[in-house]
Design a protein around this ligand. Structure first.
Ligand code: HEC
Ligand code: HEC
Ligand code: HEC
Ligand code: HEC
Ligand code: HEC
Ligand code: HEC
Ligand code: HEC
Ligand code: HEC
Ligand code: HEC
Ligand code: HEC
Ligand code: HEC
Length: 494
């Protein structure tokens, strides 16, 4: 029994030992590795786990030289094409020799990985000249290292999602280094990232959340100001949506996957994505770039207030401020929503169907707010009627050819007041609201009076003209009669 077991073990052992020998013949010829292994240098130690080693490449594949000889002089001689330790751009050139060449990658190594890394890096922000002016900012090894390179899905790769933030931060968190390039560029990306939902999950070992490359790309990275960049405002929503609109991908987290769809329908989304209005917010204007997290209940109005300053200011001094804070209601979001914010209509105001005020203010509870909401709405409605009436009168006067330049100009004052009342809603104070509405009514009254007067004048002139032409006709007729009479008298006198 024991014998059989030992035999079995021996067979297993033999086959295990046989494997590296068969596999190792290619490398056995790598005298560079053999000799350097005895030196126990980092290069040869790391190289044994390298994807290039596994594909039968030798030290000479990158450094040149003759890997078949154990003669140091010959192996590392210039005659054998030894280039020593490549520096600057010669590093990337050494990598691109294979990685940009389909003849090598596809034909020789049967590889399916892309061949565009060199080209992309060259056109990227990292392909600019470094401050020394002699080389480009980043070489392939800046992100991948030189020895011990493994596939990107291997947990120990520096470009594995869980390691990449530290890899990019080698440069980007180094203030002294970064300052030599662009002193205005922040160096806090990693610090902020660590505070985000993405960063925290990444640190805890979840490779599915966003890291630097999910938002910026890898070889093709461009400045955020470049319209081709994945993080340019007009493209960013789609970049976030790669994950956040993928229901299957997001399911394990139990959060919705409709943010992009809603955003695209919103006033903000339409302004940004369709009208290319860079003043409208993209996802990161509300969530932060590197610190991406939902704005907390306390900070929503601060976020919206960066653009809608007046609304936020009015809200802060309104009776709702305290009422919302104590109930932990987010300030703007409660009435407007977050992703699907629609154009504000007057229907939102008041106590009718579709009015937000009616959610909390009823005829029999929270009454004061109810009454004020109703009054504000009726003032708003009346202002619209007054404005329409004024416009109608001005149009009529204009059609009749009367001079209405000034009245037309004053129409703008009414419109201005109407728009201002919509902002003033956020004071939730009837006095402040009425003050602006009253100004609007005043302008409307003035314009209407002026236009009516112009119309009256038109009729006055038209009657005047009629009478004048009547008189002229009568006079002309009288003249004709008298001429005829004179002619007759002359004939009779002859
Ligand atoms: C017989 C031993 C031996 C062989 C074979 C050998 N090397 Fe070396 N190599 C060394 C030693 C020793 C050094 C250190 C020399 C020094 O520090 O000046 C070295 C240095 C180097 C360096 C660093 C040079 C520098 O300027 O710092 C590189 C790169 C290198 N070897 C690559 C290779 C490659 C590629 C091959 C195969 C084509 C190879 N070596 C073959 C022993 C060897
Ligand atoms: C995939 C290409 C590649 C292969 C294969 C490769 N090297 Fe290198 N090696 C480089 C590059 C690039 C550098 C330049 C340093 C850097 O950018 O990190 C370098 C640097 C070195 C240095 C300088 C000291 C250091 O560690 O940076 C030595 C020594 C060296 N290599 C030896 C070797 C030996 C020995 C082998 C084989 C066991 C080997 N290299 C295989 C690309 C390669
Ligand atoms: C002699 C040709 C050759 C040279 C030179 C070379 N590589 Fe490679 N590289 C390969 C091959 C072959 C593979 C394996 C491709 C595969 O698995 O499909 C590979 C794989 C890689 C991978 C892993 C890709 C992945 O995620 O699966 C990286 C990263 C890489 N190389 C980077 C470099 C860098 C950086 C250099 C220069 C320092 C370099 N290579 C130089 C041939 C080369
Ligand atoms: C700014 C950092 C950076 C630089 C510089 C860089 N890479 Fe990469 N590389 C990455 C990242 C990140 C990935 C992983 C991309 C992913 O997950 O889609 C990657 C992936 C790869 C892959 C796997 C296949 C692929 O394209 O996704 C290869 C091969 C590769 N790089 C080679 C190179 C070569 C060759 C160079 C130099 C010309 C280079 N890289 C320069 C960051 C970099
Ligand atoms: C070798 C150092 C180095 C590494 C590694 C590096 N970068 Fe950079 N990066 C720079 C420098 C330097 C600049 C500034 C270029 C300039 O504006 O002159 C820059 C610029 C950028 C910019 C453009 C900033 C702007 O808006 O102008 C982005 C985005 C960026 N890097 C992202 C990354 C990401 C993501 C990674 C990791 C995948 C990374 N970088 C890795 C050095 C590096
Ligand atoms: C969730 C997406 C996302 C992730 C993850 C991310 N970034 Fe960014 N990053 C952005 C956006 C969006 C901008 C553009 C900000 C703007 O419009 O000014 C940006 C800007 C930058 C800039 C330009 C300077 C600045 O701070 O505005 C650099 C450099 C940069 N990122 C590097 C990184 C690095 C390094 C990482 C990883 C630690 C990273 N980013 C992770 C989205 C992201
Ligand atoms: C690579 C995929 C990916 C990309 C790209 C991505 N995210 Fe995420 N994001 C996730 C995952 C996964 C979570 C974790 C969900 C969770 O924990 O609830 C997350 C979480 C979040 C959260 C926190 C949600 C919560 O539950 O509190 C916010 C906010 C967020 N992302 C915003 C963004 C924004 C804005 C962008 C674009 C600038 C973006 N994300 C890009 C995958 C991604
Ligand atoms: C106008 C500001 C604003 C914009 C633009 C915006 N968000 Fe949000 N987002 C919010 C607010 C506020 C919340 C908080 C929800 C809550 O806690 O009630 C939120 C919540 C989230 C959450 C958490 C889960 C959820 O649905 O509540 C994710 C994920 C998210 N947003 C992703 C995105 C993405 C992706 C985009 C771009 C397509 C985006 N957001 C655009 C304001 C915004
Ligand atoms: C209690 C509900 C409520 C809250 C809270 C609220 N709003 Fe409004 N908002 C309204 C109503 C109602 C209107 C429409 C008024 C109209 O058209 O008559 C409106 C209109 C608007 C408008 C369009 C009119 C204008 O000012 O240009 C903007 C922008 C706006 N709100 C932003 C905000 C911001 C920012 C916050 C948070 C500081 C906020 N709102 C909080 C109810 C609210
Ligand atoms: C980056 C600036 C920015 C941020 C942040 C922002 N908005 Fe806006 N918002 C705009 C712009 C620009 C428009 C006008 C879009 C258009 O119609 O062209 C707008 C339109 C609106 C409208 C419709 C106004 C109308 O006249 O009908 C409302 C309501 C609104 N935003 C509410 C909010 C709320 C609530 C938040 C926070 C959750 C917010 N906004 C965050 C820039 C911003
Ligand atoms: C999410 C619920 C909610 C919504 C929506 C809401 N309110 Fe209120 N409102 C309150 C609460 C709670 C108070 C504080 C009541 C108290 O202190 O007794 C309040 C107070 C007020 C007050 C002050 C009343 C007083 O007693 O001095 C006014 C005025 C008011 N709201 C008007 C409005 C108008 C107008 C709207 C619609 C544009 C509106 N509210 C929408 C919850 C809401």
């Amino acid at each position: 029994m024991a014998l059989v077991n030992n035999n079995a073990l021996a067979i297993v052992l033999c086959s295990v030992l046989a494997l590296p020998t068969a596999f190792g013949t290619a490398q056995a010829q790598d005298q560079c590795l053999t000799c350097h292994s005895t030196l126990e240098d980092n290069a040869s130690t790391a190289f044994k786990g390298d994807i290039h080693f596994r594909n039968g490449l030798t030290c000479a594949s990158c450094h040149g030289g003759d890997s078949h000889t154990d003669d140091m002089e010959k192996a590392m001689g210039t005659a054998a094409g030894f280039i020593g330790v490549p520096k600057g751009d010669r590093i990337s050139v050494a990598c691109a020799k294979c990685h940009s060449d389909a003849g090598v990658m596809v034909k020789k190594y049967n590889s399916a990985i892309p061949l565009d890394q060199m080209e992309l890096v060259g056109g990227s922000v990292h392909g600019k000249l470094s401050t020394s002016g002699r080389e480009h900012i980043a070489q392939c090894t800046s992100c991948h290292g030189a020895h011990g390179i493994v596939t990107k899905t291997n947990r120990s790769s520096p470009v594995h999602p869980l390691n990449l933030p530290a890899t990019c931060a080698k440069c980007h968190s180094d203030a002294t280094f970064m300052r030599t390039y662009n002193p205005s560029l922040p160096v806090d990306q990693l610090e902020k990232y660590k505070t985000s939902v993405h960063g925290k999950r990444n640190k805890n070992g979840d490779p599915k959340t966003a890291e630097c490359a999910s938002c910026h790309g890898s070889h093709e990275i461009l400045s955020a100001k470049d319209p081709r960049s994945q993080v340019h405002p007009t493209k960013l929503p789609a970049t976030c949506a790669k994950c956040h609109s993928d229901a299957t991908y997001m399911r394990p987290y139990g959060i919705a996957s409709d943010q992009f769809e809603q955003f695209a329908r919103s006033v903000h989304g339409q302004a940004l994505l369709e009208k290319k209005d860079l003043g409208a917010p993209a996802c990161n204007d509300c969530h932060g770039n590197h610190g991406a997290a939902p704005p907390g209940v306390e900070s929503v109005s601060k976020v919206c207030g960066t653009c809608h300053a007046l609304n936020a200011e009015l809200f802060s001094s309104s009776p709702h401020k305290k009422a919302f804070d104590s109930r932990k209601l987010p300030e703007c979001e409660t009435c407007h929503g977050n992703h699907e914010i629609v154009a504000a209509k007057d229907e939102l105001l008041g106590v009718g169907e579709g009015a937000v005020c009616a959610w909390c203010h009823k005829e029999n509870s929270n009454i004061k707010g109810y009454q004020i909401a109703r009054t504000m709405r009726s003032l708003a409605d009346s202002l619209i009627v007054s404005e329409e009436n004024a416009i109608m009168l001005v149009d009529e006067a204009e059609q009749k050819g009367m001079e209405v330049g000034e009245a037309k100009f004053k129409l703008r004052e009414i419109r201005q007041a109407r728009l201002e009342t919509r902002t003033k809603v956020h004071s939730f104070d009837l006095d402040q609201f009425s003050e602006v509405a009253t100004r609007g009514f005043g302008s409307a009254a003035k314009v209407s009076t002026e236009a009516s007067e112009a119309i009256d004048q038109y009729y006055f002139r038209r009657w005047g003209l009629f009478i004048a032409s009547l008189i002229i006709t009568i006079l002309a007729f009288a003249l004709y009669i008298s001429i005829r009479r004179i002619e007759k008298e002359q004939v009779q006198n002859r």
